[in-house]
Design a protein around this ligand. Sequence first.
Ligand SMILES: NC(=O)c1ccc[n+]([C@@H]2O[C@H](COP(=O)([O-])OP(=O)(O)OC[C@H]3O[C@@H](n4cnc5c(N)ncnc54)[C@H](OP(=O)(O)O)[C@@H]3O)[C@@H](O)[C@H]2O)c1
Length: 322
Amino acid sequence: MRAVVHDRYGGPEVLRLEEVERPVPKEDEVLVRIHATTVNRSDCGMRGADPFFTRFFTGLRRPKRRILGMELAGEVEAVGAEVTEFDVGDQVFGVKGSGAHAEYVCIRESAGLAHKPAGMAFEEAAAVCDGASIALACLGKADLREGRSILIYGASGSIGTAAVQLAKHFGAHVTAVCGTKALDLVSSLGADAVIDYTQEDFTTNGETYDVVFDSVGKHSFRRCRHSLKPGGIYIETDLGFMWHVPILALSSRWIGDKRVTLPIPKYSKEDVLFVKELIETGKYRAVIDRTYQLEDVVEATRYVETGQKTGNVVLTLNGVVR
Ligand SMILES: NC(=O)c1ccc[n+]([C@@H]2O[C@H](COP(=O)([O-])OP(=O)(O)OC[C@H]3O[C@@H](n4cnc5c(N)ncnc54)[C@H](OP(=O)(O)O)[C@@H]3O)[C@@H](O)[C@H]2O)c1
């Protein structure tokens, strides 16, 4: 099968298309023929071994897993003997640690895999699970419900566009902060108020929130803390300058009444099924910025690494490009 491989850490240019062995499903695994996948920030982090300590998990000198790619949408090609939930020909979508930048991937039946929402294109289904799973892990710390308020900074990113929709679903009052080009999009996702960060600094407008969620790793607790109500929670997605966020997360448990958290995301079937239900009831959609062919993975990756994408960047394996 064709797959995008890399044998050393480095820039996008270390990625190349190669013919490799097609994987064979184990007893509890499903073999999926992939129609669409994505390039996300975690793929880029793993490829560049950034931050450095990730090498302890991905291979000290060179990558242990040659094929990146976390999100997938496609059709079941074969199933292991113990698989009961999926049959050959089923249309599925999901997320796993790596391996989806290829024509086929094996994924455990019990992992983050579900039947694709009816009527949803493969390209869109591929772009659902990563942003939504991370946003769910982050918002899980926020106790969102009616009467609670959240400000989501970086609302135009993959995690941000997911977080706006999920926070609205949980009943919170959502203020979204993004750049000028994404204002209409973010409003259309259900935000109650939208602030253009190029025009207004939310930290000086006197408004306060129960939760501030920096979904793009560009803000800081120090600058946001006066925008939090007493007892408020600041949620981060990044380790921050000199890894100060985990230290703040620990120290804020004992010092002051405002807490900092850096949730560690998990990818579960439960979360995939939860978002699938929201999609099927019209409460969630994936935001796609650009779609590339698998062959153009280097170009797609360079675009993702600009940090300017709106929502998600899709790779397609069946020729559909927009
Ligand atoms: N915790 C985890 O496990 C985990 C996993 C994956 C990623 N992450 C982190 O999560 C963060 C977000 O990932 P993502 O994939 O959602 O990001 P993304 O999609 O790449 O975010 C891009 C968006 O961020 C906006 N943006 C860029 N600079 C900004 C700024 N200074 N202020 C406000 N918005 C800005 C851009 O809008 P404009 O062009 O308008 O600025 C763009 O729409 C990253 O820091 C990433 O490292 C964490």
